[in-house]
Design a protein around this ligand. Sequence first.
Ligand code: ADP
Length: 159
Amino acid sequence: MKRGIYPGSFDPVTYGHIDIAQRASEIFDELIVAVLKNKSKTALFSIDERVNILQEVFKDLPNVRVISYEGLLVDCATSTGSGVIVRGLRAVTDFDYELQLAQTNRVLSGGVDTIFLTTSLKYAYLSSSTVREVASYGGDISRFVPPLVEKLTYEKYGL
Ligand code: ADP
């Protein structure tokens, strides 16, 4: 079985992430969407909330499994039997960081490769941080995230 892992913070999940996950799910027999607990980021949604949201968002994709993981991505890849890491590339600004991460993970894991899917142009500008920023001021995020995420994000800001 070919299994890929798509890691991220997904705080919150956007249409950009969903697009990458949908396309990756067609490449692999199983795609694991892994919510990674990132020590250096303060999150809007808890890990459990993000897992629940992602499960709801991907409920119609039978070969997508959502998990959470605290620790190194390569350990998560190994323990889930994932041979390939999937990441999305939006713009050249993502590239330096992603290249470094991919190379580090390959060395650490002894061979787990990373593949990059380029974002659909209509989502190229989209990031979770922009969604949080716009929502925090009561701006319209309906074009960026699914209705469930829209509602829950506004709730976080007391809107
Ligand atoms: P991280 O904190 O690991 O960067 P994110 O949740 O921000 O986690 O992103 C997870 C992955 O999805 C990354 O590979 C990121 O480049 C990609 N991604 C984020 N937003 C988009 C988008 N709009 N289009 C395509 N890929 C995206």
